[in-house]
Design a protein around this ligand. Structure first.
Ligand code: 2BA
Length: 110
């Protein structure tokens, strides 16, 4: 048996939870915070049989998409009113998830 930890963005949470539940996986959801951006994210703990782990990962990948960086033009807010109309290119991350799969030595419900 494995324990899958999946760190997903808040806006992907609903889709991931819905799909995993529909595929009969049990999930524990933790409200977590990324250490770098200090923004809320969600960590899911999913206990799964070894032969089901890839299915879990496929569902997460389908719901969260591939991890990629895009450049968008953000409004440049600082400074005088003339600058309010300016934009500056900023790199942001969209989609994706961070997944850890660890071995479970013992699993029991009492
Ligand atoms: P990601 O690598 O997609 O990571 C998204 C979130 O997943 C992270 O949020 C963190 O909560 C978790 N995470 C990722 N890798 C992890 C690991 N090896 N161990 C434990 N948790 C992990 P944040 O920490 O807020 O990071 C947000 C994004 O900022 C990251 O996206 C990455 O692109 C960037 N980043 C993170 N740490 C960085 C650093 N030290 N220097 C530069 N960029 C960093």
């Amino acid at each position: 048996m494995k324990l899958v930890y999946a760190i997903v963005r808040d806006d992907n949470e609903d889709g991931v939870l819905t799909q995993l539940t529909q595929h009969h996986f049990s999930i524990t959801r933790l409200a977590t915070t990324g250490g770098f951006l200090r923004k809320g994210n969600v960590t899911l703990m999913i206990g799964a049989e070894d032969d089901k782990v890839q299915e879990v990962i496929n569902i997460i990948k389908k719901e969260c998409g591939e991890h990629r960086k895009i450049t968008v033009n953000m409004p440049y807010l600082a400074g005088a009113s003339l600058m309010s109309y300016a934009t500056m290119p900023t790199t942001v991350e969209v989609g994706g998830a961070t997944i850890f799969v660890v071995n479970v030595d013992h699993y029991e419900k009492i």
